[in-house]
Design a protein around this ligand. Structure first.
Ligand SMILES: NC(=O)c1ccc[n+]([C@@H]2O[C@H](COP(=O)([O-])OP(=O)(O)OC[C@H]3O[C@@H](n4cnc5c(N)ncnc54)[C@H](OP(=O)(O)O)[C@@H]3O)[C@@H](O)[C@H]2O)c1
Length: 252
């Protein structure tokens, strides 16, 4: 039976490919978000071709935008939501930690951590309507503390560590309500985000830039691996785990 997905950041990158695959099953409904609809031409075109795609404008860094979503959910998800995939994020700097400015740290924390938590508050009544109750937070291997990746990701890496903490907290607090809440590392993926990281690293850590260049997978591969190896296999016993796109578990 099809599921209702709510997927943030679905106008480009890994999010767009995830939306394409999930909506290729006509029994699924995919509510995809874009923060600026004028910057979501491919998503809009897909939604014209597939009536199981619904588009919502949402800026996860804006509380006003998250609050406004509330009034739209009744019309786009009247029967509730099975799976919330929190994918939208920013990675705007890869400088050494002491070079990153205060506002940059705050912007990453607000967009990559506070936004997904505030969004979960708004979506929870709709997740509560269904039995599935899954929340997938797209994290990153660079958020792992016990397996620290020795590259300078400063604001971004710290935000993903904090997101991982939120996953553990929420999975503990909502376990008895039947929730399955996990963190997922999508791989080293050739997207706009990775391309910018390669440019940043070429200045400060050229060996990291080379590693990213030599070890990346495509957005299509990432989306397909995540869906087949993780999303489709999730059970309630997986609550609180941190998965890689290949289905293996990663230490927090
Ligand atoms: N690429 C990698 O190698 C890699 C590795 C580990 C983890 N990840 C994670 O994978 C996820 C997807 O990354 P990606 O590589 O596909 O990145 P991307 O190509 O840069 O796409 C990011 C998406 O997030 C959206 N977004 C950013 N800020 C937003 C905001 N304030 N409100 C709403 N949407 C916002 C973007 O929308 P706009 O078009 O409006 O900017 C875009 O749709 C992220 O969580 C990222 O941290 C990626």
């Amino acid at each position: 039976m099809g599921k209702v997905y709510f997927l943030t950041g679905s106008n480009r990158g890994i999010g767009l490919e995830t939306l394409k695959i999930l909506s290729s099953d006509s029994t699924n409904t995919v509510i995809g978000t874009a923060r600026d609809l004028s910057n979501a031409k491919e998503l809009a075109q897909l939604a014209q071709e597939r009536d199981n795609i619904k588009i919502v404008e949402l800026d996860v860094s804006s509380q006003e935008s998250i609050n406004q979503l509330n009034s739209q959910l009744e019309s786009v998800a009247p029967e509730g939501i099975d799976t919330f995939i929190s994918n939208a994020a920013i990675a705007q700097t890869h400088q050494p930690a002491l070079s990153v400015e205060r506002d940059v740290y705050l912007k990453h924390y607000i967009t990559n951590v506070v936004g997904p938590i505030e969004l979960t508050k708004v979506l929870k009544p709709y997740l509560d309507k269904r039995e599935t109750k899954q929340i997938i937070f797209i994290s990153s291997i660079v958020g792992s503390l016990s397996n620290f990746v020795q590259i300078s990701t400063a604001a971004y890496g710290q935000s993903k560590s904090a997101l991982n903490h939120a996953v553990l907290t929420l999975s503990f607090e909502l376990k008895d309500d039947g929730y399955t809440i996990v963190a997922v590392h999508p791989g080293v993926v050739s997207s706009d985000m990775l391309n910018q990281a390669k440019i940043d690293f070429s200045e400060f850590q050229p060996e990291a830039a080379k590693f990213l260049k030599d070890n990346s997978i495509t957005t299509e591969q990432s989306a397909s691996y995540q869906i087949n190896n993780v999303y489709h296999k999730l059970t309630k016993e997986d609550n609180g785990k941190f998965f890689s796109y290949d289905g293996s578990e990663i230490p927090y």
